[in-house]
Design a protein around this ligand. Sequence first.
Ligand SMILES: C[S@@+](CC[C@H](N)C(=O)[O-])C[C@H]1O[C@@H](n2cnc3c(N)ncnc32)[C@H](O)[C@@H]1O
Length: 294
Amino acid sequence: MSIMSFPDRGNWGKSAWRGNCSGHVYKELFERLKPGVFVDPMVGSGTSVEVAKEMGIEAYGLDLHSGFNAVRDSILLAVGKPADLCISHPPYGAMIVYSGNVWGKADPNDLSRCPSDEDFHEKMQLVLMNQREATNSGGYYGTIIGDWRRKGVYTSYQAEMIARMPKGELAAVIIKAQHNCTSDRKTYGLMKLPHILHEYILLWQKKAVPVLLMLRDLAHQQYSRLTGTWKNIVKCILMELGGKSDLSAIYQEIEKSAPDKLASNPHWKAKIRQTLNQNEDLFRPVATGVWAIA
Ligand SMILES: C[S@@+](CC[C@H](N)C(=O)[O-])C[C@H]1O[C@@H](n2cnc3c(N)ncnc32)[C@H](O)[C@@H]1O
């Protein structure tokens, strides 16, 4: 089943630990994946490790609250051996702030204290690479994460993670029903859009590929996504302009409709010309400086 729902969290870990996860989720993952060695680099109140040990699995739990920073320290070095399964359960952005709130003093390395979503996405990519490095070839690494809507902005942390990791290693996306949410339901009463009552369990299976090759493939994956986006932006604008236009009108339209894209690329006009020139299957010149959809 790609859907899990456990209203009861069991006796593992601490029920008072905010944002904890039902032990039954880990139990089911362990029953399916049968790891010999399990690592949780953000163990929180210890739920996952308690379940694993009860099932006779060698298990290691790390967390910032006990001095391990998954954004700086190698999981593999901290544990001393690779895992068959390495699952993290990070904060969802700043939905629940951990350091200085759930435990100890405020710590800038705390993933629930990232200054922006972009910073969190980037750090979580590093954490997932760290988890991958700590996993045996053929083993699984993954994460448990929800989405967050606040002040009208919907952030899908899981979508960012899938986009930033090797697509050839993605093994499963499981929907996990969320129970006992502490958010104030009254504020959702009049909303058009549904209150989020699910999380995701993302699993990747590590392939026997050297890390440099994996990083090269990942860079290629990101590059083709970026160039693909440019192709679609230019084609979409040409479609809006009736299928044919001169360059200055294309520039003007793009300036209006894709300001984010332009802010990150100061040579955007050259990028548009390059996109038009390099995609004969999509665009054709009809006169000097005038382009049409092919
Ligand atoms: C959602 S909680 C994990 C809850 C756990 N699954 C349980 O059932 O108790 C997220 C954890 O991530 C930890 N954390 C935040 N930033 C971290 C970092 N940079 N490195 C390691 N752990 C971090 C927090 O201290 C917190 O305990």
